[in-house]
Design a protein around this ligand. Structure first.
Ligand code: F0G
Length: 369
């Protein structure tokens, strides 16, 4: 291969069968991407699977964190978006639309920008973390803030895609979930088998069945000896899958999963059923405490929604509902820097004492002298 072709391959531009970076290059055979498609990638996937030692001790289990904040736009959405935007562009789309609580829009904006498509994003007005809004803006999205919640935005995005020449890249576009299932492949490729339990936060309900699909496909192909139980956790103020009915006015500080009527409810319930899993709810205080715990004890800074799985497990352990010695993988879905306002709200943001520029003063306040 020539040097130029190598470079193109590394950038993922040689089609689904090539060996460049990104999930289409790595897992193209498992994805519905035409071999001759121009692959729109930012090198997503291949995220760290970090052993969580302190959490393992607390839970009496062996726990790993699948750190999806390490994706190019800082969340797991990039796995689905590379596939959705690649397919949309291959089919001739020139614009994509999504509704979002923030991460889908950040990802859609980046991948559409890279592919030369116009991104249109519908956001619940005033309810998006600033970092995520900034991402949509800088990537050149047409940002529309709608007076309504995420569920209303999604309804409108679907109608816009029905009536106008724009391609819908929410996870109701099942192609997105095909991309997201590759995280389950990576877990197995790293651990050598599926875990006993896979834990994650649930909002619109797409990611949990996406992982389940990945685990089932790998099990069917003989790459695992078992299939995990899928445990999904929601914020108590936005827990339609736990309650068994939509929530009209969902409320939680974990804005990424502030969803009252999940579009993928049926798929999520089926994945729970087939895997022998569960859905449970966690109050905001426990979510924020889990976010702090992960940052301070494991060195992993996630956004509030991403800490819901950890919060749920800690609560189950507290109630003595957790068997010992389980192998558990927890997906932490998005990077903490996306929502620093919430992260800092529990701290004295003054940022600590101001001292004269003298060594002894610094040593004093650090308790070193
Ligand atoms: N964690 C984060 C950080 C998210 O942004 C989302 C969803 C989820 C978990 C839940 O995943 O919807 O597949 O059950 N965010 C969507 C968005 C709703 O618009 O960015 P899900």
């Amino acid at each position: 291969m020539t040097v130029l072709a190598d470079a193109a391959d590394a950038a993922g531009f040689l089609g689904a069968g090539s060996t460049g970076s990104g999930i289409i290059a790595r897992y193209g055979d498992w994805l519905p991407v035409a071999k001759d498609a121009r692959v729109i990638t930012l090198g997503e996937g291949n995220t760290p699977l970090v052993p969580a030692d302190t959490l393992s001790d607390r839970l009496g289990c062996r726990v790993w964190l699948k750190v999806e904040g390490a994706n190019p736009t800082g969340s797991f959405k990039d796995r689905g978006m590379t596939v959705a935007v690649t397919v949309a562009a291959h089919e001739g789309a020139t614009a994509v639309v999504c509704a979002s609580t923030g991460n889908t829009s950040a990802s859609a904006a980046a991948y559409a920008a890279r592919g030369g498509l116009l991104p249109i994003v519908l956001l619940p007005a005033g309810r998006i973390a600033a970092g995520k809004l900034a991402q949509a803006v800088v990537h050149g999205a047409r940002v529309v803030q709608v007076e309504g919640n995420f569920d209303t935005c999604l309804e409108l995005a679907r109608k816009l895609a029905d009536d106008y020449p724009v391609s819908l890249v929410n996870s109701v576009n099942r192609i997105r979930l095909e991309g997201q299932k590759t995280a389950a492949f990576e877990v197995v490729d790293t651990l050598g088998d599926a875990p006993d339990v896979h834990v994650m936060p649930v909002g619109n309900g797409g990611n949990l069945p996406a992982y389940w699909r990945g685990y089932v496909q790998y099990a069917d192909a003989g790459k695992t000896t078992r299939r995990p139980r899928m445990w999904g956790f929601q914020a108590a103020g936005a827990a339609p899958l736990v309650l068994g009915h939509p929530v009209l006015n969902p409320e939680t500080k974990a804005t990424a999963i502030r969803v009252g009527n999940p579009a993928s409810t049926a798929l999520a319930l089926a994945a729970r059923e087939e895997s022998g899993g569960l859905f449970e709810a966690v109050p905001d205080e426990q979510i924020l405490a889990a976010q702090q715990f992960l940052a301070a004890k494991e060195g992993v800074f996630v956004e509030p929604a991403s800490a819901v799985g950890v919060a749920g497990l800690l609560a189950k352990a507290e109630r003595k509902e957790l068997d010992h010695d389980l192998r558990i993988v927890i997906t932490v879905t998005g990077h903490g820097l996306k929502d620093i306002d919430t992260a800092l709200s529990g701290h004295d943001v003054g940022g600590g004492p101001v001292v004269p520029a003298e060594l002894t003063a610094i040593a004093d306040v650090c308790g070193l002298s």
